[in-house]
Each structure stands twice: as C-alpha cells, then as structure tokens.
Write a protein that binds this ligand. Sequence first.
Ligand SMILES: *Cc1c(COP(=O)(O)O)cnc(C)c1O
Length: 345
Amino acid sequence: MIIDMRSDTVTVPTPAMRAAMANAEVGDDVYGEDPTINRLEELSAQMMGKEAGLFVPSGTMGNLTAVLTHCTRGDEAIMGHLGHTFLFEAGGVAALGGVMPHTIPNQPDGSLKLEDIQDAVRSEDVHYPPSRLVILENTHNRAGGTVLGVDYTAQVAEVAHRNGLKLHIDGARIFNAAAALGIKAEALVKDADSVTFCLSKALCAPVGSVLCGSGEFIHRARKLRKQLGGGMRQAGILAAAGIVALQEMVPLLPDDHRRAHLLAQGLKSVPGLVVETDPPQTNMVFTRLDDASPLTGSELVMLAAEKGLRFGMVGERRFRMVLHHWIDDAAVTKAVDVLNSILNS
Ligand SMILES: *Cc1c(COP(=O)(O)O)cnc(C)c1O
C-alpha cells in the first residue's frame, strides 16, 4: 500500500460517489438541462450564501472565469506573490484575458496586508492600468494550509469595495478553513463578490470546482466558461459525485486536520527533520531537513518513495505532506516510521 501525501488531489472517489455517478440523472448542461448539475450548482450557491453557482472542470478554470468576468483586457488584479492564481495557473489571466497580475507580498499566514492592498490600488491617471479586483486565497496553500478569518476577510472586502474593486476568493480549500474555525464556509465568503471551491481535493470527487456569486455575475460567467471551452454536456455524472462530496465529505474534514496534528507531532521526534507547521492549521504539514542532514531533499523523497511513502518538495530541502480521506491513523504512524528509519540510520 502506497501512502500518497503529495496532495489531496490524489484522492479517488468514494463508493457512495461511484454509486451516485452510475445512477445520475443527466441532460445537456449547455442547454441548462442537466438536473444533477443544476442541483449541484444550487446546493453550492446555498452553502456559499450566494445567489448562483457554476460548475467548472477545474479550480483553475473557476478562478480564470472569475477574473475574466470581473475584469476586461488591460485591467489589473491584485493578488499575493505566493498565490495559486499567480504561481500555478500557467499565467492564464494574462495569456487569455490580458489581465495584469499586480502581486503584493503574502504574509507568513497567507494574508495580504491591508496597507499593501490599498497602496496597490491605482489612482485615476492616464499612465495606469485600472485596478479591478483583489484575490484572496483561503486556505492558503503555499503558506502552509493557513486559514484567513471572517473579520480579516471583511476588512479586505471593505478596502476593495471602498476603492471600487471586487473581491474574489480562491477558496479551493474553503471548507478546510471553515472546518478549522468550526464555522460555516458561508461566513468566510459573505463579503466576497465571488468564490471558487474545489470538489476534487480533500472532498474526493474525481473532477470539478464550483464558482459562486450573484445571479448576474454567474450569468456572465456562464458565457465566459463557454468561451474557454468549459461548456460540458451530460456532466451530471461528475456533478453527482460533487453533491456527495458536499453532503458527506465536508463533515469529515476535521478528521484530516486531526491526522495532520498527529503527523506533525510524530515528525517532531524524527531526527534531522524540522516541522514548520507546528501545529498545522488544516490538512497540510510542511517540514524541512535541518542543515546538518547529509541527505538532499530529493534523496529523501526518493528513499521514502522506495518505502511506499510519497510526498512533494516545495523547496530544495522543504516538503509538503497533505492529509486526506485515504490516509488513516495507521498510515500516519507508518509515515513517521518510514522517515524515522531513513533519517535515523
Ligand atoms: C488546486 C488549487 C487550485 C486549482 O485547482 P485545479 O482543480 O487543480 O485547477 C486553485 N487554487 C488553489 C489554492 C489550489 O490549491
């Protein structure tokens, strides 16, 4: 048995999802006639406290669709320099939308300073591109699966709106953030104009994300999704898994967080390994090799893989381990044992 901690995207669908997929009622969604997609979009909107939702093939397309709906060519979108939208979406907003990313520093907790956001907003001047959008990421992946709170999000929305900008939340893991705070996800996106969340990460669905916002916003976003080639037909087969994800998997996320704690606790006793996320806020544990260790980062990754433990590198000697539904307590113990056996010898 391989223990795969590279990401929560490696999760495969649960038996309940496969059953729901096999039995899904479907229709042509470009005609708006797939009842299962319609149900998923309604349920998503309801859980986000928004008027409407739009099923998209990926989180990347959800964010891209949101940016293209909020902005036109030549506009600027303010985002963190460690944000997924800046680092890991292949520059789509620039390549396909002519939208200029204006990066400001992510703080160690994943937040953006309110002053930095305010300073990044352009004044009216013939030289400047118009500022149109602020993007927050919650949980913040590169910062270590960190959580942005309700009050902070409201403050960012206030700065954005006061300056005539919109706020989009890349909430790929917004349900992890909500679980960590013991609140409903709705509370974390209340002041945002749009939010994307992923069904295909810790929620175990095979494919898909949902973009939510006002009815008018989603109406426009639907056309952009079509332009991007994201109009799907009988994709209710996929949406059926998404509904199970929202109903059955969201309540289980605290288990992943508990196991992340367990893993961090265990790894603290492994010689040569430094646990950075201590304690982890959600389902991610970041570690690094201490300077004295004779191994390189890639050597450690290789040796662990040979013993059935997979995880990813986020720097030359830094690693990310992500907990998810298919990693149980025994697997956490085994992961610690594997690293102990490599680094203790
Ligand atoms: C995974 C992820 C996305 C994109 O999702 P894909 O479905 O992989 O395209 C966006 N933002 C964050 C923070 C993510 O972790």
